[in-house]
Design a protein around this ligand. Structure first.
Ligand SMILES: [Zn+2]
Ligand SMILES: [Zn+2]
Length: 166
């Protein structure tokens, strides 16, 4: 998805609305393939002020993640605020400015970069996910196993007692 901003630059002070959908199948999150479950919806705009393109907007989509505890896949809705400064000239001291090709802004790449930062490191299908049995590998969310998982830390056992009384 490339966007041509050269027209905006010629106007000196201009604004371009960006309301679009980007269809992607998946992206690579540090070696892990993450699938998109629906197109990315982007609603925002670019403003050109004093040589800088100000990109703001909201990107929304849904991705398929693997649970860190039980390894089951689950869907997660994502909504990220995008706020970036872009420029087509390299002589900018500001490290936060992203260098772009003025006639070929890769909006998807910018969204993906934010998306990778937005995704949690620990991904749980639910807060109460029981995970896999350490001994036999059974998914404890859907079935029980016969392993003895009761020999837990005595300090935790004390806590457990406290909670079961309440
Ligand atoms: Zn899980
Ligand atoms: Zn087990």
């Amino acid at each position: 998805m490339y966007i041509d901003l050269s027209e905006l630059k010629n106007k000196k002070h201009g604004r371009k609305e960006l309301n679009l959908e980007i269809c992607k199948e998946y992206f690579n999150d540090n070696g892990e393939i993450v699938k998109f479950l629906r197109p990315i919806k982007f609603n925002g705009s670019v403003r050109y002020v004093d040589g800088i393109f100000d990109l703001t907007g909201k990107a929304e989509t849904e991705v398929l993640l693997a649970c860190s505890r039980c390894n089951d896949s689950f869907s997660k809705s994502i909504s990220i605020d995008i706020k970036e400064k872009l420029s087509d000239t390299i002589n900018n001291d500001d490290a936060e400015i992203i260098l772009i090709d003025i006639d070929k802004l890769n909006l998807y790449q910018i969204i993906e970069n934010s998306l990778v930062l937005e995704l949690p490191v620990k991904r749980l299908c639910s807060e109460s996910c029981k995970g896999l049995c350490q001994q036999c590998g059974t998914n404890l969310n859907s079935s029980e196993c016969k392993c003895n998982n009761e020999d837990i830390d005595p300090r935790l056992a004390k806590l457990k007692e406290l909670f079961s009384n309440s």
